[in-house]
Each structure stands twice: as C-alpha cells, then as structure tokens.
Design a protein around this ligand. Structure first.
Ligand SMILES: Cc1cc2nc3c(=O)[nH]c(=O)nc-3n(C[C@H](O)[C@H](O)[C@H](O)COP(=O)(O)O)c2cc1C
Length: 197
C-alpha cells in the first residue's frame, strides 16, 4: 500500500476482533511516530506500548470510544470487540508552543502504520487521565496526551459527503459512515474564497 492509498483508505475503527497485534507492529508504529516531524526537532514525545492482556483490559474503563457518534451508542463495550493493545502518547513541556503539533504528526504516522499492516486503530483523546496515569505509573511531570487503541478490525468505515452534520453513524451494524466535507468546499486557489473547480 503506498502512502496516498494509506491516507485515503485509513479510517478510525472502534470495534475489534479478539486476537493479538504482534509486538513488531506496535513497535513499528512507535518507530514511525519517532520519525515524524518535530517543531525545532525537540522530540518531546514518549510512548508506552501496552500489550499485556491484563493491563489492556484494565485500561478499557479509562478510555471512551465514539463520543461523537450519532445517537451516542456505546461502542466496544462487549468483551468481544475491545482493542488488543494501546499506545499511550506522553508529552513533556518544551516551552515551544509549536511542540504540541508534534502529537498530531506522530499519531497520524502511527495510525497509517497500523493500517498499512492490516490492523486498525482509534485515536483517543477522551481519556480518564488520572486513572490511566496511575495504572501506567506515569510520573506527575509527564503529560498523558492521548491513547491510540489498536486491534484487528471487526467493522468497516467509509467516508460519505457531509451534509447537515459531522456526526459519524452506523448505516448498518458494523458499517460506519464518516461525513467529510467536499474538497471544493475547503480548497481555494490563490486567494481566499476563489474556487476554480
Ligand atoms: C485529536 C483527536 C481526538 C480523538 N479522540 C477520539 C476519542 O476520544 N474517541 C473516539 O472514539 N474517537 C476519537 N477520535 C477519532 C475521530 O472521531 C475520527 O478521526 C473522526 O470521526 C473521523 O473519522 P476518520 O478517522 O475515520 O476519518 C479522535 C480524533 C482526533 C484527531
């Protein structure tokens, strides 16, 4: 899969088949994160790969999947559809405001790496930070920014043209639809507001 294909076909997945994500895949995700662009090249991020089944299970109560799902269904609540692993993204303050942007680049690299290896992932900001920090023994001076859930996909997701709402929804069970704005609504040529397509 080339990079363009990976970017176009990657989707957030929140329901997973039960099975192991090989540690090499998780490490490769972290390695791709390590190589992401970094403001002033300060590289303020560290990662905890969580693949021990007991800790993975304990972590589930500390993350929320699908907060902006239409109808606010609970996702992945069943034991049979939980992620197999997580990667916690840790940030240490640098004093350079742009450093926070590093997180986006590194997480996207991880999502694309998982996808290109046939696994699926969900970026999770909705984390009970105190609970998860204590479980993972993260020191007080290190911020837990977000988590990435990783697993074997048990659902499919596809983009649809966004109409009145950005809320994602299930068209059928296990068929997620994600509204995306049209290209011509977000791209201008040469000056603001100028559309030539
Ligand atoms: C910064 C950020 C935080 C997110 N946090 C969550 C989250 O807490 N729970 C969740 O289920 N999805 C979360 N997502 C995933 C988004 O819901 C998802 O990217 C969006 O619905 C678009 O779907 P797509 O990734 O398939 O394009 C997050 C995405 C981003 C960029």
């Amino acid at each position: 899969m080339d990079v363009i294909e990976a970017m176009k076909t990657r989707r957030t997945i929140r329901r997973f088949k039960q099975g192991t994500v090989p540690r090499e895949v998780l490490l490769e995700m972290a390695d791709c994160a390590r190589l992401a662009p970094s403001a002033a090249n300060l590289q303020p991020l560290k990662y905890i790969v969580i693949d021990d089944p007991k800790t993975v299970k304990e972590l589930y109560g500390g993350v929320k999947l699908g907060s902006y799902l239409k109808g606010s269904e609970v996702i992945g609540g069943d034991d049979g559809e939980r992620p197999s692993a997580y990667i916690a993204v840790l940030f240490k303050e640098t004093g350079v405001p742009w450093s926070l942007r590093d997180i986006g680049a590194s997480v996207q690299n991880m999502l694309l790496a998982a996808h290109s290896r046939g696994f699926a992932a969900c970026w999770i900001a909705n984390v009970k930070r105190e609970q998860v920090k204590s479980l993972l023994r993260i020191p007080d001076d290190v911020q837990l920014d977000c988590m990435v859930a990783v697993g074997i996909p048990a659902e499919k997701s596809a983009p649809v043209e966004m109409k009145d709402s950005s809320l994602y929804y299930y068209e059928k069970p296990l068929n997620l639809r994600v509204p995306k704005r049209k290209l011509e609504d977000i791209v201008f040529f040469n000056s603001f507001g100028e559309k030539t397509f």
